[in-house]
Design a binder for this molecule. Structure first.
Ligand code: PHE
Length: 372
């Protein structure tokens, strides 16, 4: 039951070339971690709600139950994603059929919400992306979209044009949000590109000796406002990744933990308690297995990762390319190191060997590569 819509497995997972949704992804639909008040993602969502309620006197409408199954039009066309943009590819996005995807960002809801008259809104939801595997990437994660519309009177009182006014307001709002969540943290703004905003920025925060991107934002393209009944107004939008922020705030070392039902994880968090540091219940040893093969033209790392995830589920921690060379005949060989580790228990040698044999088998049969 997703946003009031019942979904059948047969409607979402099909053995059809226009469908690339595997069972382990289907099983995440409707889980809605962001709606659990005791879960780090729910706690973070509520803390962000609180910031907006306090600073904008409850003006932001909140949506956290919109179905993640959206049209290609909503996910891409309505937010001006070009026809040839990589994010539209089957390698990056989960397609249910040629017109329907699992949303890859909460921006998929901008147009419909604007059309239905919303001028201040927050949309929280699960989003889906085919990607590589490591401690900060998981094919399902959660975003919050923020959107605010200004009418001409609001910027005309200032010396600024609409775009500069909105950009300044946006940065002030998000810096305030970062301080509300983190207190003192090092942050920086980076100029970037999104099809739906101009100018566009990313906010990065300094975490574990690295700059980490936590949100994208910008001044909404005028075309989007024009198409949705607001030709004279300007707006800003942001989209932030809840897991990225929650990992920093709660000291959660691996993104797979958000999906854990282990009480040693879940019992450490309570509603309204932002930033209680997670105490790892023990770090079980990882086990590394290498696999080498000659790739072909259709090989992609995302396909490999999905295959490994399909076999090992959350027991796979990382898939890393450790060697890449092309021989005189022009054949290219890749060697990947797969790290297996459970968040909850020790794995046995037999269990890991069994997983690795299955991986070798399927890499050969499904990806059509030649094992070395
Ligand atoms: N949708 C963008 C992403 O997922 C984030 C974003 C939202 C950027 C709104 C700008 C404005 O990366």
């Amino acid at each position: 039951d997703l946003g009031g819509v019942k979904v059948n497995r047969e409607d979402v997972v099909r053995d059809d070339p226009t469908n690339n949704v595997p069972d382990n992804i289907f099983s995440k639909l409707g889980v809605q971690l962001h709606r659990r008040d005791q879960h780090p993602l729910g706690i973070l969502k509520n803390a962000i709600y609180q910031y907006f309620d306090e600073n904008y006197s409850n003006k932001f409408n909140k949506f956290d139950d919109l179905s993640p199954i959206v049209s290609v039009k909503e996910n891409f066309d309505d937010v001006l994603v070009p026809e040839d943009h990589v994010s539209r590819s089957y390698n990056d996005t989960y397609y249910v059929d040629p017109q329907t995807v699992l949303r890859c960002h909460t921006s998929a809801h901008q147009a419909e919400l604007l059309r239905s008259g919303n001028t201040h809104f927050l949309v929280t939801g699960d989003v889906y992306r085919r990607d590589s595997i490591d401690s900060t990437h998981y094919p399902v994660f959660h975003q919050m979209e923020g959107f605010r519309v200004f009418v001409p009177e609001e910027w005309e009182a200032s010396e600024m044009d609409g775009t500069s006014f909105a950009a300044a307001d946006l940065k002030k709002c998000l810096e305030g949000l970062a301080r509300h969540l983190f207190g003192a943290v090092e942050m920086r703004w980076v100029d970037t590109y999104f099809p739906f905003t101009n100018p566009s920025f990313e906010l990065e925060i300094y975490f574990k000796e690295k700059w980490m991107e936590v949100l994208g934002c910008g001044v909404t393209e005028q075309e989007i406002l024009k198409r949705n009944g607001q030709p004279n107004n300007v707006a800003w939008a942001f989209g932030l990744g809840l897991e990225r922020l929650a990992m920093v705030l709660f000291d959660i070392p691996d993104i797979r933990l958000f999906w854990s039902n282990d009480e040693r994880f879940t019992s450490q968090f309570s509603a309204g308690q932002l930033g209680v540091k997670f105490k790892p219940f023990s770090k079980y040893p990882p086990c590394y297995k290498d696999i080498s093969f000659w790739i072909n033209e259709s090989f992609t790392e995302n396909n490999l990762c999905e295959l490994v995830r399909g076999i090992a589920g959350d027991l796979v921690e990382e898939v890393q390319l450790i060697d890449d060379f092309t021989n005189k005949k022009g054949m290219t060989s890749h060697c990947y190191r797969i790290a297996y580790r459970s968040m909850e228990r020790s794995l046995t040698d037999d269990e890991i060997n069994d997983l690795q044999w299955k991986v070798r088998d399927q890499v050969q049969s499904k990806l059509n590569v030649v094992l070395r």
